[in-house]
Design a protein around this ligand. Sequence first.
Ligand code: NAD
Length: 484
Amino acid sequence: MKALANYIAADWVESNGACQEVKNPATGEVLASVPLSDAALVDQAARAARAAFREWRQVPAGERIQFLFKLKAVLEESFEELARTITCECGKTLEESRGELRRAIENVEVACGIPILMQGAVSEDIARGIDELMIRQPVGVCAIIAPFNFPAMIPFWFLPYAIACGNTVVVKPSERVPLTMQRVFQLLDALGLPPGVVNLVHGGREAVDAILAHPDIRAVSFVGSSAVARHVYATAAAHGKRVQCQGGAKNPLIVLPDADPEMTLKIAADSAFGCAGQRCLAASLAITVGEAGASFTEAIAEEAARRVVGNGLEPGVQMGPVITPESRTRIRGLIQKGLDEGARLLVDGRQAPGPGNFLKPTVLADLPPEGEIARTEVFGPVLGLIHVHEVEEAIELINRGAYGNMACLFTSSGASARKLRYEAEVGNLGVNVGVAAPMAYFPFSGWKESFFGDLHAQGHHAVEFYTQTKVVVERWPRDWARKF
Ligand code: NAD
């Protein structure tokens, strides 16, 4: 099978090095061969992006966004085809792929506001006869390094803002799901962007490390597991780069006795088992409070056991496979670890018919709060239950966790919701919402081990990340002007 090509300076560039198979996680079918590009290819892409930057930054913002309007149109035209590609390489259901793509397009729409969003500020007479201006200029060549679980949406948390602000980009998708970006770059190719504004380099660790060390790359946006996020953050910073790294998660839901039981159940199950639990905002723990314990436990176990698992392309399927056989083995191992630590197996999803990497939903009750299974990211369809007596205990438990990506509360009490909002050491909160994914207008605000950096993806943060401020202090005295 011919390997996918990289896209550099508007040319499809083949790699002669090592390749890796890309498999459909629902069928095991080999979909493609992806090159594991080396430092030389990263260098080629970075140079192309640097060369394009000089001209691209001079294109007025209002002209730059015309390409984004066109991009939005071609993404809409290719919507179903792209959704199918996401499902085939990543495993999620078609409905989930459509949802992801909608979120990707939303970011293109928001970035179309760049002519206003990247405006600077002026203060006249900041001192007598002196004006001060703050202007925003692009940073230069920016790299985008993405994980496997949202092959379309995550690169779009960054790419539209970066190029609209006048930067040029090198995108490195996950080597496990390269096909969606491959197709997106075919669409980008047809837009007539100047060569080198957008570049695609396939690969894994070697390509990432080359990006982090490359002197022409000024900024790095990364999303992936916390261990790699930490490495990328430290290494990019050591090379003097601007860097934002979103990491892993362990997301709790709190269920209070005054929550609407039906709504809570539906939303909690979708959060825990949607995308087979492979969302950085998937609920992984449900902390029931007081009388909510017994009823929620029974209902979520029934709901989990009912979930229809299968190939995400088939109608009626509610949950697809996990990404690789290794991932399935790791998840099974964590379930066993939980049982060894004393958890009670309410629903056992460890066995599911092949040939794909299927698991069924698993529900574990009575997790020991300090055990590994209560603290480690599972990234699979496994929900652990912990019971406490007061909402204060639940919030304390959340704040003891290492991650801070998301917490959600199910209640009809405004006071409890406000308490969580005030006290939770978590960057994205949901109240009667199970996947508190910020819309593109807001920053995706992970905290603690879920984020390394200060400016997050999306919204105003993206504009700040992809621009650097320049302040000009000016004096233009009239008398001097008359002399010349
Ligand atoms: P990953 O960390 O394995 O890979 C992410 C990227 O880093 C990939 O492009 C990969 O090629 C590269 N990479 C992998 N190992 C590397 C290494 N040792 N050195 C340099 N680069 C390396 O993550 P994944 O398995 O693809 O994605 C799942 C993880 O991403 C989960 O932990 C999930 O919580 C997290 N995630 C976080 C968010 C968020 O917004 N916080 C969103 C989506 C996914």
